[in-house]
Design a protein around this ligand. Structure first.
Ligand SMILES: Nc1ncnc2c1ncn2[C@@H]1O[C@H](COP(=O)(O)OP(=O)(O)OP(=O)(O)O)[C@@H](O)[C@H]1O
Ligand SMILES: [Mg+2]
Length: 326
């Protein structure tokens, strides 16, 4: 299995084409120092020395794919303001095709953090989570349909910011099924009927619990049993539950696989879920079976949690991490 995975990462990924659809965010950080109080109002003045921008949500999933060498496109919704321009420039630097991104009459979901030394002083949020509808939804879907034909797989990355309406999710899933393309979903919320007939859903334990009649704990047997019920209820092929420090569990038809997380220094788990769905779907798109795909996703997540901030693992880093298992 490892030999096949190594060949896939080293060589196969660059032939894969994946479309990511979903909610995106711009994270902007102002780093500086406070040395005095403003003469205008009783507030500190932060003298900014460094500015950093990163992209989150579906854009982080796309970043993970592109950094591994996959041909990646992203369809999402951003605003017409400057934050939208910043978003597109950053996406371009990631090597992701954002040519079909929709510019809406609402703000780009943006979080601006002001940091003095190591202390966060203030966060400014810009967002409008109203669900997409009308002409915007129609144009959005037309762009998605034109792209689905060209790719091997589609990832729906739902962060509850308004793009993943029932109409959009169901039309994408239906089209993927007709065209025999793989479709996976990183879910949000307590109603998964909008993901009906997806191939795989990849919830974390909290997201999984949100759709269960009775809350379960982070235990193999409970996860297995609930996964079987949910697979049946929503007509899925399988579920990949991410379980933080416990690793992940794949239930795919009769196949069950509990993959332990690697004991290593953990700095920052944010974005690890994005890495899991990106790598899992990428491997499936490359013809790898779901058990090996889940194993590879767990290896990649292990690299990401050892880094500060959201991080996209490079092809070389993933190959190096895989070496430890040969
Ligand atoms: N503390 C940890 N130690 C080792 N591995 C971890 C740890 N936390 C997360 N991971 C790895 O990352 C994967 C995803 O983690 P998690 O279940 O926290 O996803 P998530 O909550 O969706 O993450 P996020 O939403 O922040 O991207 C896990 O399946 C595991 O492989
Ligand atoms: Mg997540």
């Amino acid at each position: 299995m490892n030999r096949e995975l190594k060949n896939f990462v080293a060589d196969g990924v660059k032939n894969c084409k994946i479309l990511v659809v979903g909610d995106v965010m711009l994270d902007k950080y102002y780093f500086g120092e406070v040395t005095r109080i403003s003469p205008e109002a009783p507030v500190p003045i932060n003298h900014v020395t460094k500015v950093k921008e990163t992209l989150g949500g579906a854009a982080n999933v796309a970043h993970n794919l592109a950094r591994l060498g996959c041909q990646t496109s992203l369809i999402a919704q951003i605003g017409k303001e400057n934050h939208g321009e910043v978003f597109l420039n950053k996406l371009k630097s990631y090597g992701v095709d954002g040519s079909k991104i929709f510019r809406a009459d609402k703000p780009t979901t943006t979080k601006i953090r002001v940091i003095s030394g190591h202390q966060q002083m203030l966060r400014l949020d810009f967002e409008d989570t109203a669900e997409i509808d009308g002409d915007a939804e129609k144009i959005f879907l037309e762009n998605v349909f034109a792209e689905i034909e060209k790719v091997d797989a589609v990832i729906i990355s739902d962060y509850g910011k308004g793009v993943c309406s029932e109409e959009i999710c169901q039309k994408i899933i239906c089209s993927c099924r007709q065209l025999k393309k793989i479709v996976t979903v990183d879910p949000k919320g307590d109603d998964w009927s909008k993901y009906n007939f997806a191939n795989f859903i990849t919830p974390n334990l909290k997201e999984f619990n949100a759709v269960l009649p009775k809350k379960i704990s982070n235990v193999d047997a409970e996860i297995e049993k609930s996964a079987r019920q949910i697979i049946k209820k929503f007509n899925l092929n399988g579920i990949l539950v991410t379980r933080s420090a416990e690793g992940l569990t794949l239930v795919d038809g009769k196949k069950i696989s509990h993959v332990k997380a690697h004991a290593q220094e953990v700095f920052d788990v944010s974005g690890a879920g994005d890495t899991v769905i990106a790598v899992f779907t990428l491997a499936l798109a490359g013809g790898i079976d779901s058990t090996a795909a889940a194993f590879l996703a767990n290896v990649a997540a292990g690299v990401v949690v050892a880094k500060v901030g959201t991080y996209a693992v490079s092809n070389d880093e993933l190959l190096a991490a895989l070496e430890n298992f040969l």
